[in-house]
Design a protein around this ligand. Structure first.
Ligand code: F0G
Length: 463
């Protein structure tokens, strides 16, 4: 594209065929709703939300082709035709040999963790994800963060903040022994870092290093197409390579993958485990029947698998991915222009507000991000998600809170759902909350469940 063309306005590569009304309740009603929800945005009813940026997971709009695919569901218990379509799509677009369908990403994480991790193992990764890490721990492993230091600094403009620090990785291997490291867990477009990409160059170096020690790589490919978009934009030599080919190349540098298809792959439910190793695949195929369903549906209906097979092909479409990430960049830039501290560079699936910077009067024990999310909801009915100390949970050994360097809230953009005008409303609301930030009070736990506490905890206001 020429520089002039780049500057011209552009719009979404689709038009809207069906609408779902949303409503904004009054401020008084919102105050009541968030109090009843224990100041946890996960516990709000969606009917009370105006613009729902809680997550991009399962919240995207399917295309007319996908909906047509839903009508082609083969709901046979065994050997559904749709499974074979899904298997073919995964082999074609991602290149993995074997497929085990699961109900969503964590189903695949459960199986791979149980199969590969033994007690007292160490699992290095480029920053943690909540469910991934918990499954590694439940299997007896300890997660070790080997992401580059820049990832923990919200202001650092490193273009590939999801890169692995090779020194951290190699010293872990030397200290703990390669035999105690079942695999390296690599995520593309690292969620907890703010939707930041890993570079192809880094992935290749990591591949060479782990191969030297015989350590396989398991890829959390939940947002692989979004990562590929940043590689195309930022990495030398990739400007003219298609998203499809970049995605394929990323996958080819890994041995297997877990996928939450509810993100990149544009479906409301679904996931899979993909593996190249035949023996491991057989074991996973056997295990899936215990926890998910038969190995040709794994917890999905036939129609879900069909929609997913089509969604995979749409996810690597150049116009789609440019508009998808472009919308996130649009919102992020508006917030930067308004002076609001956000994670830089702007991520792929959401804009992450830096709650530590916005609310310096609150200590991390006063749960600044949780409180900021509640405040934002009250202002304009915009629902966001805490990604800070509450999400980080407790250290299983000491029982103390984990205190992550990043104390964020995430404004996550569903794919193909909201318009530019919605983004404008969100930006105005965030700017308003930022202006009145000194009035935001801290929160304390009122109820805390044992696992993945951010989903179900309740809080009370302090001060
Ligand atoms: N890996 C990543 C990077 C994720 O973002 C998620 C889910 C999962 C694995 C687990 O997949 O939900 O299908 O079981 N992330 C959602 C989110 C919940 O809001 O970011 P799942």
């Amino acid at each position: 594209m020429s520089p002039e063309e780049n500057k011209r306005s552009w719009a979404e590569p689709y038009k809207i065929k069906m609408v779902e009304p949303v409503r904004m309740i009054s401020r008084q009603e919102r105050e009541k709703a968030i109090e009843e929800a224990g100041y946890n945005t996960f516990l709000l009813r969606s009917r009370d939300v105006y613009i729902d940026l809680l997550t991009d997971s399962g919240t995207s709009a399917m295309s007319d082709r996908q909906w047509a695919g839903m009508m082609m569901g083969d709901e046979a218990y065994a050997g559904s035709e749709n499974f074979y379509h899904l298997e073919e799509a995964i082999q074609t677009y991602y290149g993995y040999k074997h497929v085990v369908p699961t109900h969503q990403g964590r189903g695949a994480e459960h199986i791979i963790s149980q199969l590969m991790i033994k007690k007292n193992d160490f699992v290095p990764g480029n920053m943690y994800f909540t469910t991934t890490k918990l499954h590694q721990e439940l299997a007896g492993g300890t997660f070790v963060d080997v992401i580059i230091d820049e990832a923990h600094d919200p202001e650092d403009e490193h273009p590939f903040k999801a890169n692995i620090d090779l020194n951290k990785l190699e010293s872990l291997i030397k200290n703990k022994g390669a035999e105690n490291i079942p695999y390296l867990s690599i995520a593309t477009s690292v969620n907890m870092a703010g939707g930041q990409p890993i570079s192809m160059a880094n992935l290749k170096e990591v591949r060479a290093l782990t191969q030297k020690y015989g350590i396989p790589i398991i890829h959390d490919m939940t947002r692989v197409a979004e990562n590929a978009y940043f590689i195309k934009q930022r990495e030398e030599g990739y400007a003219d390579v298609s998203i499809k080919d970049i995605v394929y190349e990323i996958c080819s540098l890994t041995d297997g993958a877990t996928m939450s298809a509810k993100k990149d792959a544009l479906v409301n439910i679904g996931g899979f485990l993909a593996l190249n190793d035949e023996e491991l695949f057989r074991k996973a195929q056997n295990m899936v029947v215990i926890y998910e369903g038969l190995h040709t549906y794994g917890g999905m209906a036939g129609r879900d698998m069909e929609a997913l097979a089509i969604g995979i092909s749409e996810s690597v479409d150049e116009d789609h991915i440019r508009a998808r990430v472009g919308q996130v960049q649009y919102l992020g830039q508006k917030l930067i222009d308004a002076g609001v501290p956000i994670v830089r560079p702007i991520g792929s699936h959401g804009v992450f507000l830096d709650a530590k910077k916005i609310l310096p009067h609150l200590s991390q024990d006063q749960l600044p991000a949780q409180s900021l999310a509640a405040t934002l909801y009250i202002d304009a009915g915009v629902r966001s998600m805490e990604r800070g100390v509450v999400s980080a949970g407790r250290n299983p050994e000491t029982g103390e809170h984990n205190y992550p360097a990043l104390e964020l809230i995430r404004l996550t953009i569903p794919r193909r759902v909201y318009t530019q005008a919605h983004m404008d409303v969100v930006a105005e609301s965030v700017a308003m909350v930022y202006k009145n930030r000194e009035q935001v009070k801290g929160l304390a736990f009122d109820y805390e469940p044992e696992y993945l506490r951010f989903f179900q905890s309740r809080f009370k206001q302090i001060g």
